[in-house]
Design a binder for this molecule. Structure first.
Ligand code: COA
Length: 322
């Protein structure tokens, strides 16, 4: 695992100077205290590259041993080429096929599901990067969205592991009927960039917060239960529950319904805000780097986001081949 965030920190106090909000409101409604914001020169490939370098070093894998590079992002450097190709070039991962996956905050979960399937199909080492410079899509005059998000990147190297370790069960899913609950209207082929769209602020995130909140709590519970059932594993055997870090209230509401004890839930949304596709891999990278996850631990990751999309994966940590 690897991770990278920009240097600049944007605190709740800083936001008080930008919009009509308060540290108290943000903290009680979301659990977020600060988030990292990229400077104008930093694009998704810059953060993604740094996370990828760290993941390769931690996995002791050389860039030219990667045969597939998947980048999950909704904030690519540009419409094309894929950000994966830009990162591939910087890593000199010359033996890797490279493409992007657009599944918003569920992007990393989609990426590892595809990576797993490609390993089963014969690929040897898959690098999955989740990265978003989501601040580029945020209107810092809109208090209902600007307090929630932050920038960052996380990366994972997938490869074969010893028997008894690795992925046990997983799923990805989508419900396009909720597509407009969380979206950016312009910048694509429907409404290309133009003076009118800029003026109407159509290049920014539009969100129905309440509906997304309800979806999030429900899908974390449903998807987790399906994956546990598929694996034949009881919820109390999970050592680390690693949900997408959007809002601590969403995490707590879902954990309460699932009856997962607080000391088994990894939460870092207070420090990062919602980093979209980077959220789950940053959390996993922190767990690994702090030595909090041990060989044999059961780890359950759940992502959800725009689309609407979701994805969950249960794995037994460890058994890495060096
Ligand atoms: N500061 C102060 N007040 C704010 C505010 C802010 N940053 N943002 C919204 N408000 C106000 C609203 O205008 C509203 O005021 P009103 O009652 O006078 O109209 C009030 O707070 C309540 O707003 P509401 O949207 O009902 O709050 P909420 O309790 O639903 O919390 C969210 C809002 C966004 C925190 C919550 O809906 C949420 O987390 N949704 C999911 C968002 C998400 O995770 N998206 C990404 C998914 S990947």
């Amino acid at each position: 695992m690897g991770k990278a965030v920009p240097e600049r920190v944007l605190t709740n106090k800083d936001l008080e100077a930008l919009v009509d909000t308060s540290d108290e409101w943000i903290t009680t409604r979301t659990g977020i205290k600060q988030r990292y914001i990229a400077d104008p020169d930093t694009a998704a490939s810059d953060l993604g590259y740094l996370a990828a370098v760290q993941a390769l070093a931690n996995a002791q894998v050389r860039a030219d041993d990667i045969d597939l590079l998947i980048v999950a992002t909704t904030t690519p450097d540009m419409p094309f080429p894929a950000t994966a190709c830009i990162i591939q070039e910087r890593l000199n991962a010359k033996n890797a096929a490279a493409f992007d996956v657009a599944a918003a905050c569920s992007g990393f979960m989609y990426g590892i599901e595809i990576g797993r399937a490609m390993l089963a199909a014969g690929y040897q080492k898959v690098l999955v990067v989740g990265v978003d410079v989501i601040s580029r899509l945020i209107d810092y005059e809109d208090r209902s969205t600007c307090v929630l998000f932050g920038d960052g990147a996380g990366a994972a190297v997938l490869g074969s592991v010893e028997p008894g370790f690795g992925f046990i069960a997983s799923e990805i899913g989508a419900d396009g009927s909720g597509a407009m609950l969380l979206h950016v209207p312009a910048g694509g082929s429907r409404i290309p960039a133009q003076a009118k769209s800029l003026e109407a602020k159509q290049h920014y995130v539009k969100m129905c917060g309440r509906e997304v909140y309800k979806f999030a709590v429900q899908i974390i519970c449903d998807s987790t239960e399906r994956v546990l059932r598929k694996a034949g594993v009881a919820v109390d055997t999970i050592r680390w529950f690693v949900p997408h870090q959007a809002n601590v209230r969403i995490i707590e509401a879902a954990a309460q319904r699932l009856q997962i004890a607080a000391d088994r839930i990894y939460v870092n949304v207070d420090r990062y805000g919602n980093t979209s596709a980077a959220s789950v891999p940053i959390a996993l990278a922190e767990l690994a780097q702090a030595g909090l996850v041990e060989d044999g631990d059961l780890v359950l990751m759940v992502g959800f986001g725009a689309g609407l999309t979701w994805g969950s994966a249960l794995l037994r940590w460890g058994g890495f081949e060096r």
